[in-house]
Each structure stands twice: as C-alpha cells, then as structure tokens.
Ligand binder design. Sequence first.
Ligand code: RNT
Ligand code: ZN
Length: 424
Amino acid sequence: MKSSSDTQIARDYDAARARFAALGVDADQALKKLARIPLSLHCWQGDDVQGFEAGETGLTGGIMATGNYPGRARTPDELRADLDMVWKLLPGRHRLALHALYAETGGQRVDRDALEPRHFQGWVDWARARKVGLDFNGSFFSHPKSAEGFTLSHPDENLRRFWIAHGIASRRIGAFLGRELGSPCVCNLWIPDGFKDIPVDRAAYRERLRASLDAIFAEKLPRAHLLDAVEPKLFGLGSESCVIGSHEFYLAYAVQRGLFLTLDTGHYHPTELVSDKISAALAFLDGVLLHVSRGVRWDSDHVVVLTEELVALAQEIVRGGCEGRVRVGLDYFDASINRVAAWVIGARATLKAFLVALLEPTAALRALEEKGDYTGRLAMLEDLKGLPYGAVWEHYCMESGTLPSMAWLDEVRRYETQALAKRK
Ligand code: RNT
Ligand code: ZN
C-alpha cells in the first residue's frame, strides 16, 4: 500500500517531469542514465583510514582524519556490515575501492611487499555476492618504512625496492580483483613523498620516482582486468614545500605510459577547479579517476556535499559524453560524525550532481554558445538552477527501492543504536 508521502512524491515527480519536458529534457531517460553511473565508494571512510594490519602505526603520510565519533569499524566484518548499510541507502549500482591496508591475513604479519591476491578473498566474496566491482589502491603510508616521508623516491635503494615490490604486488592484486569480478579494477597509486621545507635537488627525487614507477609498471597485465592510475597532489601536511609526485609530473607520466590520471578535488590550489581539467586530460589520456573530496581551506577531506563545483564536475562528464572514461571515486574521511551517514551524504550528493547534469538541456545551451549568444547562455544557466531536481531525486530513490531524503537517516540512527554504539 502506498503511504501518503509516496503519493506526494509521485505527484511531485509528475509535475517536475512536465517542467523538464517543456525544456526538451526527458526525466525518465535521465534516470535510466543515472542508474548506469557507478560511484567507486572508498572503504576507508568507515575506519578513519586505519586498515587491519597487525602492529599498525597510525595514519601517516600527511593526511589526517579528525574527530572521535563512536562506532569506528575495527574488523573487516564490521566494515562490511557498515558498507551493507551504505549500499542499502544508495540508489544505483556501485563499486568499492579498497586500500592494501585492508588485507585479511588471518592474524599473520604479512608485510606490504608480500601481499597476495588471496589476502583479498574475503572482499571478493563480499563483492561477488552483491554484484559489486572492486577498485584498489596501494598503501604507501602508515608504515615504518615510510616514516621519513619518502617511499618510491627515497635516496635509500633498499627502501625504494621495498615500495616497488609493494607497487608490483598491488597491481597483481588489482588484476586479480578485476578478473574475479569480471570488471576492470582501477588500481591507483598515490605516495606521500615530499619536503616540508625548501629542497635543493628536486630533480634527483623526481628522477628516482620515475625509475621506480617504470619498475612497477613494467609488468604487462590485461587491461580487461586492470587500469593503472597515478595520483598527483600539490602539498600535504609535512610536505608543504615540494611534493615529488606533482601534477605536471604525473600528467606527463600518464600521457607517456598510457595510464589513467587521478584527479583529487582536494589536491589543487583552493581556487583551481578540477572540473576544468577533465576535458584537458581526456584529450590525451584514455581515462581519468576522480577522487571526489571536499577541501576546506586545505586538503582536509571533509564529507562531500552538493557544491557548485561538484555539479560542474558532473556536467563536464555528462556534457562530454565521457561517462565511460571517467571513474568517479570518493575520497574523504571524517571521524567527527556518524561514519555511515558520512558515506551516504557524500555518495548521495555526488549522485544528485549527476542528476542535475543529466537533466540539463545541453543542446539548447550549446546552440546559444555556438551562436555567440553568451547573454542567453548565462541567463539560461541561472534559470535552470530553479528547476525541481529534488522531486526527480525523491522519485528515483523510491523507484530504486531505497529511502528518500531524511528517511534514510532514521535507518542510520537505528543502526547506530543497534550496532555502532556497541563498539567500545
Ligand atoms: C592523499 C590521497 C589519497 C588518500 C587515500 C587514502 O592525499 O588523496 O588518495 O587520500 O588513498
Ligand atoms: Zn585522493
């Protein structure tokens, strides 16, 4: 039986659909397209990027989760239970991005250079049962061998060798995940290497990084299973003066080697827009991995919310018809609020941004632009902001069998009382 709020949602949707139809936009079609855009949710929101290694060192590498809200997942099963709740509250089909830190080694100490595909079997079983694709990240931080702030560019050859072995192991694990689940795994590489203060020989560090990457990427693995990505950044805590793997460095490397470039929205100057970089990168690259994040004054990894820039990112992808070449990953970690809610808020915001983009009368805007009618273009872009996107979103949630706005939060609160609050 339909409740009165269900009926209200249906009525609102009918009215909204008519508004969009008047602009030549088919809302039903837009929702079909939205259902085909998978997000790659980051497993590390659930436990403040801790992972499950024995003898953990705590989070290092110039990134930081602040807050101590109760309920952090402490075991793979707790994390998977939390993810099941997240999945229940999201419309659409999504992927999960793992980090090497989340290996399950059955209580054995297995160092990062010795990780094997079998250490991720538990995740494969979870993913297979839910028809979820997996992505992967090598973990080049939170480890005694990264304590000096350098990994693949470290002057010490032994340390570099260790991290090269980790990079090679990570790619093999990624290829395994892609093969097992029948969908290419994006394996992302980010390293923390950089200087707090003014270096004198940047070139030597960058040369060593290039050579280490060449060693990692030497092994040819099938692209049907594995898509390699490299992630630049501008600065981190303790690497304010120079990051070895900078934007120019990895952009050039990705072009030369045919890799994906990872664009993290927190990794640039605060006024620099990642939305503007997608079409530039795709003119030369097969693909881009987005790390959708929200920096507040710095790369603070706040929970993603529906900002103008988030909508602009989605618009760039939808307008360019490059949904197939841009993987949309999330990357934030907030320990100051309910972690499950944090996941849901950021993922829903990202899906809403895509919905706004898909409901745009792009052809009409393009026609104005081509005619040079920039007055009309600006006027229309502004007027479009008042359209009833919310009504389409609520309908989409209902049709997808998930809860509409705010009702999902009741579900998270119940889960908090029943499960999260008991984790002491
Ligand atoms: C760090 C990078 C990196 C990490 C995660 C944990 O600045 O953004 O992607 O946040 O891999
Ligand atoms: Zn990132």
